[in-house]
Write a protein that binds this ligand. Structure first.
Ligand code: AKG
Length: 250
């Protein structure tokens, strides 16, 4: 449970509070310049492979859930090699947000890197174009990733850099409720999302889109994105391990 509903600034101490789910979010303002945002947006839209894992999100890049859990780990890790080549072209035409985030964490004494397992690197960093309402869900690999090292993480965070509000920015809705297996009675059949009853009686914190800022959340909390039109963000998940390592993946 959160100690209050304030979004904190970025520090090692606040990251620890976020991992323990004692605060709702961390904001890193002015993460990128206007020119960097524009160039990243244009390069993503030009170069990326588009995929619709769910109707409300057009993904620019690949996802461990869609290309791994729903297929196989080998499929995902093979696709990760190709997708990283595409990503190099995108970053060369704009900037490298992964590297920037890694440096910021490292400066705080936090060991952040891209997730790898048995010498094979995961993919990290997708663009996400949202249209419509993204329903209530959690992102937490231990829920669905048996046999993957990220399935043994002790916590999971998500970070998003907002690139473009689109014609409707749609706030991030964040509930102070962490997923536990009993909540699955509210999961919609054969789907990733949950009925509203799962968060009944809890007021969501509405996090507005702030272009150029990064927001970090604990993605084991139930969250949704309000009705949006062509809203573009870039980000990934961060697995947090018992020894303090944090590892990026999408
Ligand atoms: O785009 C956002 O505001 C955050 C959404 C998110 O992290 C998610 O739905 O997994």
């Amino acid at each position: 449970m959160w100690i209050d509903r304030e979004i904190r600034d970025f520090s090692h101490g606040h990251l620890e509070l976020l991992v323990q789910n004692l605060i709702p979010a961390i904001k890193i303002p002015l993460f990128a310049s206007q020119a960097e945002l524009r160039n990243l947006k244009n390069a993503l839209l030009t170069e990326s492979v588009r995929g619709n894992s769910v109707p409300e999100v057009t993904r620019l890049g690949i996802s461990q859930y869609q290309h791994g859990v729903l297929k196989s780990k080998q499929d995902y890790l093979k696709l990760a090699i190709q997708s990283r080549e595409v990503q190099k072209v995108i970053f060369a035409a704009s900037f490298d947000p992964l590297n920037r985030l890694i440096q910021l964490f490292n400066e705080q004494g936090v060991d952040l890197d891209i997730m790898a397992e048995e010498g094979q690197q995961y993919f990290a960093g997708c663009g996400k174009v949202r249209n419509g309402f993204s329903p209530i869900h959690v992102d937490y690999a231990p829920q669905d990733s048996d046999g993957w090292e990220i399935g043994a993480a002790s916590a999971q965070l998500a970070w998003n850099l907002y690139l473009d509000p689109g014609s409707k920015a749609g706030e991030l809705m964040l509930w102070d409720k962490c997923w536990s297996p009993e909540d699955d009675i509210y999961q919609v059949d054969d789907n990733y999302y949950y009925e509203a009853e799962v968060v009944a009686g809890i007021d969501p914190l509405m996090v507005p889109v702030e272009v150029g800022s990064v927001f970090l959340i604990n993605s084991r909390n139930f969250h949704a994105v309000n009705e949006a039109e062509n809203r573009l963000a870039f980000g990934s998940f961060i697995s947090v391990f018992g020894d303090g390592r944090m590892r990026l993946f999408s």
